[in-house]
Write a protein that binds this ligand. Structure first.
Ligand SMILES: Cc1cc2nc3c(=O)[nH]c(=O)nc-3n(C[C@H](O)[C@H](O)[C@H](O)COP(=O)(O)OP(=O)(O)OC[C@H]3O[C@@H](n4cnc5c(N)ncnc54)[C@H](O)[C@@H]3O)c2cc1C
Length: 331
């Protein structure tokens, strides 16, 4: 039986068994997603499967598409606030971590952590990916976001990406066609049926002395420890920086919101564009606080801050009324 072969609608138990039988991939039911994300909040996925190579990733995406099963892909969950109500359908957790150094090119599967890409290329005497040390996400997530830090970004070094297109075919897409801009790419903002999946990326780097690259990695490590609330639950910067003027973080700080708290979520004292969750906190509190920050900056600066984080899962009816799970509780 092939993964492409259509089947009648199935329930989660049957889908899980069917995925195991056809693809040899384990799909678990009602998997809590808080532990799968850096913000450490969010409810369960109906089904979650971890894929360890591109064969499994392709197979599972095609399986879900062929049967109309809603799905999302998740890398390290470092740019998402998953709903407390969880995710309907299938979460495909990408751990395809194969890498290859080919001259001055570095080819990495979508699930490779960017920090590993940074250290692996340092050891190979290749410069360009040092900023990856600051990105606690995967190569796939970094291409999706055009992630960047310390004066560089994915756009500066990517040569091409291998992409599973919405029509089910695959293509090696050159950098010029990836739609990369400041935290922008062709992968963002697509309707569920139009989503494209990054399978792997090829980065074009340059030869340099490993010791000099290591010094740059050390400097990045020190900077992050001094300026970001590392080790605390967050999804990184909540908002993108406006096109002109002070950064989002500077504006939030200026508005006096550092340390401002709503329920289990608080604006970081260390970096005002980060929202930190308490242990066992709720996604609703993070989103309510983020909405509050956004409304405040609109009134103080006349700037409507754009989201950098995503809010996957069931957020139907947001903002939720008082008394609903995760909603503001009646006095
Ligand atoms: C402490 C901290 C610091 C951070 N610092 C920075 C920073 O300096 N610069 C910066 O740019 N970002 C930063 N981030 C944000 C985040 O790490 C990046 O956006 C990262 O690229 C997200 O990757 P991920 O694998 O975690 O994606 P996830 O959060 O898992 O997913 C984010 C989105 O990408 C999509 N996606 C994931 N994998 C794929 C794929 N293979 N194909 C298609 N779509 C995919 C998901 O569906 C989702 O829509 C920081 C986050 C934290 C928590």
């Amino acid at each position: 039986m092939s993964p492409e072969e259509p089947t009648p609608p199935l329930d989660a138990v049957a889908i899980s068994a069917d995925i195991a039988r056809r693809l040899g991939v384990r799909a678990d039911r009602d998997v809590g997603l808080a532990k799968m994300t850096t913000q450490r909040v969010g409810g369960p996925a109906d089904l979650m499967a971890t894929v360890h190579n591109l064969f499994e990733l392709r197979g599972l995406v095609r399986y879900a598409r062929a049967r109309g099963i809603p799905f999302i892909v998740l890398g390290r969950g470092s740019n998402v606030v998953v709903s407390d109500r969880g995710v309907r359908g299938l979460v495909i957790h990408v751990r395809a971590e194969a890498t290859k150094v080919d001259g001055e090119r570095y080819v990495a599967g979508a699930g490779v952590p960017m920090a590993r890409a940074a250290t692996e290329t340092q050891k190979a005497g290749l410069t360009g990916l040092e900023f990856g040390l600051a990105i606690p996400g995967t190569v796939g997530g970094a291409v999706w976001a055009n992630a960047g830090a310390h004066g560089s970004d994915v756009a500066a070094i990517i040569e091409s990406a291998d992409v599973l297109l919405a029509d089910g075919t695959e293509a090696t897409v050159p950098a010029a066609d990836l739609g990369l801009g400041y935290r922008e790419s062709r992968f963002k903002g697509r309707a569920p049926t139009e989503r494209e999946i990054v399978l792997a990326a090829t980065f074009r780097l340059a030869a340099a002395a490993p010791d000099a690259i290591r010094d740059r990695l050390d400097a990045i490590r020190r900077w992050r420890q001094a300026h970001q609330p590392l080790g605390l639950p967050s999804a990184g910067s909540v908002f993108r920086n406006p096109a002109a003027g002070p950064s989002a973080g500077a504006r939030i700080e200026q508005a006096g919101l550092k340390g401002f708290r709503l329920g289990s979520a608080v604006v970081s004292e260390k970096h005002a564009n980060f929202i930190i969750s308490d242990r066992g906190g709720s996604a609703a509190d993070v989103r309510r606080l983020a909405d509050h920050v956004r409304a405040t900056i609109l009134s103080t600066d006349g700037i409507d801050l754009a989201w950098e984080v995503e809010f996957p899962g069931d957020w139907t009816g947001w903002p939720w009324p008082a008394g609903e799970p995760g909603g503001p509780q009646p006095a």
